[in-house]
Write a protein that binds this ligand. Structure first.
Ligand code: M6R
Length: 606
């Protein structure tokens, strides 16, 4: 939610800020703005809409020149997207960009209004800008210390004081912010892609730390003003990973990156043919004692957890609950002393998921985070982390991150089966061998892209669409449906196929197509009965089934066949055509695939 970038160095700050914001646009894109020191003044330019609007506005009016500035791309929380609500906020003395939510902004605003301040925007951010001005004593660090103790909520802030040209200040709480360290130039950013073109080295700013950047130095202080020595991190991917690399959209590029993402995540964790997750602070002895697992996540990550439930229960016979994080955190969950809480998050910053993690920790339950972004809040706070090595996922719709989250579910299932003895060592070895074959099979499934495009062309005009499945295929239906809704704006529902006739089948007509997922041999005939039911109501059916499934030409309009693997591994392959189907439908409908309306990649507010 919202992207922040800041630059100080020798380059043209406007160019670097716009370039960085372009890489962060996935975090929010309803308005954008920059503030740059120009001739000893802070010059602000901002515009409603995409970054292109800001660029165009600056072309027509004024494009600041200077070497130090901060920028922002917004996902509106308080106040509609508009020029005035866009960031930066502030006045000629102090200017800020903000990601997060200031919970006590109303109280702050009232207090400041009594002291003569007037507010222009509807944002929570403006109260911080005014508060900074109110507290400003000529000493930026002292001012920031006061502000930190006065504001409540979540924030990453980039700040410039007019009295300190060539210096950027930054603080954060519950919203991500890194400090990029270059040669003769330094940066702040919400995420690594914004700075990777310039430097791979960065510090992770911790809560209650104050970063001070000039072109030649970075200093970080604690709340008492004591300087802190920070650990320097180096990104292990390069600039190409954050570019489209010839693909028309990040989403399709990321779909095609799934074989290598899977390989990178799984191969290092299969040692001598057996699963080895190398979990710090979570020994095999501890894992052996686990009697119940709670998987907590949001959206697509939660859907990965649903597949995890199926696979872990099936293989290791450990009961698994799956919760949406926003529900888990407020429902007073019952957590036992032999339980494990598994948190799944691509970004590692999702507010509800982070809160769920903290709740589990408060109750003294061991926590394992499955996270894609190195050094993210969830990764840092969980007892143990298993990083998924998908590389940066830029498209708002999650694809390769889901794939690697699934892969870790399978590794966990294999590990628990081995530890609990529900599978013999040979069986675990054989399973791991089959996991290692998945990347090649994914390549084969990707060859079905043209078919998926064809099916998309047939269904693109639907107003409503159903995905149905049974067992683990039902979890896939949920993900297929979410993907389609998210990027194509077609209303779709996922239904457990056997549940349709308990009410919802009344919605099926010849105008409501159905995607039926039937990859599980034990449930195939049951699924075919459900397909017949919807066909009898006029629905056009796309059947997704195993390669060796019988022809069903009389009851289905289209069929898509998945290469043969054990039923339990089918989700890994079946996911791909669902992603491709959603992608091509969105493209054919002229949607903005990578930046769907109303959404942002990283949901750092609850
Ligand atoms: O970063 P996270 O994995 O915690 O994000 C969770 C969801 O917001 C995310 O998976 C969302 O549902 C995706 N945009 C769906 O494609």
């Amino acid at each position: 939610m919202c992207g922040i970038v800041g630059y100080v160095g020798k380059q043209n700050a406007t160019d670097v800020l716009i370039d960085g914001l372009r890489k962060l646009e996935y975090r929010g894109y309803d308005s954008a703005g920059i503030a740059v020191f120009e001739n000893h003044k802070i010059v602000i330019e901002k515009a409603k809409g995409r970054l292109d609007n800001l660029e165009q506005k600056m072309e027509e009016t004024h494009r600041p020149t200077g070497h130090c500035g901060i920028g922002h791309t917004r996902w509106a929380t308080h106040g509609e997207p508009s020029d005035v609500n866009s960031h930066p906020h502030g006045n000629e003395r102090v200017t800020i960009v903000h990601n997060g939510i200031i919970e006590n902004y109303q109280q702050l605003k009232e207090k400041l209004e009594h002291r003569g301040y007037s507010f222009l925007s509807e944002t929570d951010t403006e109260s911080v800008a005014k508060l900074l001005d109110y507290y400003y004593s000529g000493d930026p660090i002292e001012t920031l210390q006061k502000v930190i103790s006065a504001i409540q909520g979540s924030y990453a802030l980039g700040v410039m004081f007019k009295d300190n040209p060539g210096t950027i200040y930054a603080i954060r709480k519950e919203s991500p912010l890194i400090v990029g360290v270059g040669k003769g130039e330094n940066f702040i950013a919400s995420d690594v892609p914004a700075i990777i073109k310039y430097t791979k080295d960065y510090y992770l700013l911790d809560e209650n730390e104050i970063a001070v950047l000039t072109q030649d130095s970075v200093h970080v202080y604690d709340l008492d003003g004591e300087e802190i020595q920070k650990e320097l991190h180096t990104a292990n991917w390069d600039v190409e990973a954050a570019e489209k690399g010839g693909y028309p959209h990040f989403m399709i590029k990321e779909i095609h990156e799934q074989p290598s993402a899977f390989r990178n995540t799984v191969s290092p964790r299969i040692i001598d043919g057996l699963p080895d997750l190398q979990l710090e602070n979570l020994s095999d002895e501890q894992l052996k004692t686990i009697e119940r697992i709670h998987i907590v996540a949001c959206g697509t990550a939660m859907h990965a957890g649903m597949v995890g439930k199926y696979v872990i229960e099936e293989m290791a016979r450990i009961p698994v609950d799956v919760d949406v994080a926003s529900e888990f955190r407020y429902r007073n969950p019952i957590l036992g002393k032999n339980d494990l809480v598994v948190i799944i998050s691509q970004s590692g910053e999702t507010a509800d998921t982070l809160a769920a993690l903290r709740l589990a920790k408060q109750q003294g339950v061991p926590t394992l985070a499955i996270v894609n972004v190195v050094g993210s809040s969830i990764a840092r706070e969980a007892d143990s982390v298993c990083y998924t090595w998908a590389g940066p996922e830029i498209a708002v719709a999650s694809t390769k991150a889901y794939m690697v989250q699934l892969s870790v579910m399978y590794l966990l299932a294999a590990k628990f089966s081995q530890l609990k003895g529900t599978l013999s060592e040979n069986e675990v070895r054989s399973f791991c061998g089959k996991l290692m074959e998945i990347p090649d099979l994914l390549e084969t499934v990707l060859e079905q892209a043209d078919n998926c495009q064809y099916f998309a062309s047939k269904f693109q005009n639907a107003r409503d669409l159903f995905f149905i499945g049974r067992g683990v295929d039902y979890s896939l239906s949920l993900e297929g449906s979410l993907k389609l809704k998210e990027i194509s704006y077609i209303h779709s529902e996922a239904y457990a196929a056997g549940e349709l006739k308990h009410g919802t089948i009344s919605l099926i007509t010849d105008e409501v197509p159905v995607v039926a997922i039937a990859t599980q041999q034990a449930l195939y005939e049951k699924m075919i009965s459900n397909v017949k039911e919807v066909k009898a109501r006029g629905a056009k059916v796309l059947l997704i089934c195993r390669e060796d499934a019988p022809e069903q030409k009389d009851i289905t309009s289209y069929q898509l066949r998945i290469p043969l693997v054990d039923d339990i591994l089918m989700p890994l392959l079946t996911t791909v055509p669902l992603q491709l189907f959603a992608y091509y439908t969105a493209v054919l409908r002229g949607c903005d695939v990578d930046k769907p309306r109303n959404l942002a990649k990283s949901v750092t507010v609850e």
